[in-house]
Write a protein that binds this ligand. Structure first.
Ligand SMILES: [Cu+2]
Length: 623
């Protein structure tokens, strides 16, 4: 096999490429200083390595393993509460408006697109939207595990009904009903002044991305739109204490279909996380990430729904999101992360909803479990096993944000790359009370570049205990058809513009088409309403890149490994927002760019690759 692209890149000394590197002076003085002092090493690195596990590779420093923990000490809550709304008409700040309210302390975002279609006046009127308030805060007493001391995390913090803090709350939303989230940045401004400490990682400026909502650019959490009270990203008008995000909850296809768009484009399992330029990995691994679940007439979130169209999948509280994150702890049992190393820090402790080796007690009935790999860079292959490690079966109903056209019954494994999601339905009614089951990860991975082999029995990351009969009969179901899929026609495919995107290692960092991220100007501009075919190509044998495209989902038309067409796995045959490029893999993806204009990004969602420049800005324009 050849690696001509990477060889070409090695020899490329075009100075313009270097100017494209992302280390914007406005970002962070300490990080800039770091790259200034070590820049020679990084940019002159002579060896571009194309095969894994080569002795010549520069890899992350060898860290001792995280201190041991005794498993199954803590229980996850049996009910995952949703975030309470906040009455933004009653608070000290003025209500949301279309134009950024910089006089009231809002950062200088662009004007909300389509505001006049959604609302009656330039300032929101009562009852027009669901309103939420979140503060990003430093939380100093988080417990990952009882064997580890309480310690610092950063979270989205809302309030419960009683006024108690609600950490990384799940937001429930519904198509046709806009949501406005008022996001406050209350992180300590002087955080990270000790830039060399592995425990001082993270940058206290934030940009909130709701992955992968069909949303206007100014509410998308563009990486260059980060803000704090005194600092701002290069693409934002002014710093501020807060920012209003408008989530219209319309389906893609608004311009084409009218109403609230095309219901075939519905999304279900979304998550919001920090997306600050250069600092997504440290900020998200620090804990700034949570779920946003979106419902509509089909996926109505009510298993008792009498509407004949309703799917009646298992619903709250038996609809339960689970987020996985790999963390590394030092000998003092404190979470560490190396935000300066382009190899990042591979975690060896897998947290589930912020806890190491927790227990979830379940009733004897069906559950919808929504699994999310939030990175920073570990891939998983999950199996559900019993105490004797015998693999159990379940039904796979949704990949990424989307219900599959038809459920995949009798599944035994879930493979997840960073940012991928899988919704599965597990029927716990087949087990006697007292049964213990485990979610195990069988995918080996020993660096941040990508996964290795599958090995049984794997590592247990979550324990289920079937501990009670359901309070009422289980009326939920998994119908044979879930949501129809709009496939592109042959005419649309033939008419689509084709673009090639090549994802490679470059000078010790990560590039797209030989260039690094530049937040300040678009690499390409696309006309709103057009459709394109994107060739996503990972010519390396050494790395895996889960590629995420903002705003729109795509449909994989073809997949090639080593240039040979391979079947597209069943779970990748619906819509996708993460395209998992394994080694020597290329995909042709059909995408429509609809309804909104402005700046967006495509990037590797191995957040370490992303932060080290494997990201591209694309703009959508009116014509
Ligand atoms: Cu990558």
């Amino acid at each position: 096999m050849t690696h001509h692209n990477e060889s070409d890149f090695t020899n490329n000394r075009n100075p313009e490429c270097r100017q494209d590197n992302i280390y914007d002076p406005v970002v962070n003085e300490s990080r800039r200083a770091f790259f200034k002092t070590t820049g020679a090493t990084i940019f002159a690195a002579p060896s571009i390595l194309t095969s894994r596990k080569s002795a010549a590779q520069v890899v992350e420093p060898i860290l001792p393993p995280s201190p041991p923990t005794t498993p199954w000490q803590e229980e996850l809550p049996e009910v995952m509460e949703s975030l309470q709304q906040t009455d933004l008409f009653a608070g000290p700040l003025p209500p949301p408006q279309g134009t950024a309210n910089t006089a009231a302390g809002e950062c200088g975002r662009a004007e909300h697109q389509r505001w006049d279609e959604l609302f009656a006046a330039p300032v929101l009127q009562p009852g027009e939207a669901d309103l939420y308030e979140l503060k990003v805060e430093a939380v100093t007493n988080h417990v990952f595990h009882p064997d580890y001391p309480p310690q610092l995390v950063w979270n989205y913090v809302g309030r419960t009904e009683s006024g108690a803090p609600h950490f990384n709350p799940t937001i429930f939303a519904r198509y046709g009903r806009p949501v406005i989230v008022r996001l406050h940045n209350e992180l300590p401004e002087n955080h990270g002044s000790d830039s060399t400490a592995l425990t001082g990682f993270g940058s206290p400026e934030i940009s909130m991305h709701l992955h992968n909502l069909h949303v206007a650019s100014e509410s998308d959490g563009f990486p260059g739109d980060f803000f704090s009270k005194t600092k701002k990203g290069p693409t934002l008008g002014a710093p501020g204490r807060f920012k209003d995000h408008l989530y219209p909850n319309i389906y893609a296809g608004l311009d084409e279909f009218g109403g609230i768009g095309d219901s075939r484009e519905a999304l279900g399992t979304l998550w919001y996380h920090d997306h600050t330029l250069n600092f997504t990995a440290p900020n998200a691994v620090r804990g700034i990430a949570a779920f946003y679940l979106l419902f509509d007439e089909l996926d109505s979130g009510d298993e008792h729904d009498v509407n004949a169209n309703a799917l009646r999948l298992p619903s709250h509280p038996y609809d339960y999101p689970l987020v996985f994150k790999d963390l590394r702890f030092n000998t003092n049992r404190i979470h560490i992360f190396d935000q300066f190393n382009p190899e990042g820090t591979l975690g060896d402790k897998i947290t589930v909803n912020g806890k190491i080796e927790p227990v979830l007690k379940v009733a004897r009935r069906k559950y919808r479990l929504r699994l999310l790999d939030s990175g920073p860079s570990r891939f998983y292959q999950f199996h559900l096993v019993n105490a004797a490690n015998v693999v159990q079966r379940f039904t796979y109903i949704a990949n990424d944000g989307n219900l599959l056209p038809r459920p995949l019954f009798n599944q035994t494994r879930i493979r997840l790359a960073v940012a991928e999601r899988a919704d599965i339905v597990v029927d716990f009614s087949q087990y006697p009370l007292g049964t213990a089951l485990y979610l195990v990860n069988r995918l080996e991975q020993d660096d941040t570049r990508g996964p290795d082999d599958v090995r049984a029995p794997g590592r247990r990351v979550l324990k289920f205990i079937v501990d009670r009969e359901p309070a009422e009969p289980d009326v939920s179901r998994v119908p044979d058809f879930l949501r129809p899929l709009r496939r592109p026609t042959a005419t649309e495919i033939a008419a689509a513009r084709v673009r090639n995107w090549v994802f490679t290692r470059k000078n010790g960092m990560w590039a797209i088409n030989d260039r690094f991220m530049n937040a300040n100007s678009p690499r390409i501009t696309i006309t709103k309403g057009s459709a394109e075919i994107w060739n996503l190509n990972n010519p390396s044998g050494g790395w895996s890149h889960p590629i995420h495209i903002h705003l729109e989902e795509g449909i994989i038309l073809n997949k090639f490994i080593d240039g040979v067409a391979v079947p597209i796995p069943a779970h990748e045959r619906g819509r996708k927002d993460v395209f998992v490029l394994g080694p020597n893999t290329r995909m042709r993806v059909f995408i429509r760019f609809r309804d909104f204009v402005g700046k967006y990004v495509m990037h590797c969602h191995n957040t370490i690759h992303e932060d080290h420049a494997m990201m591209v800005r694309f703009d959508i324009s009116e014509d």
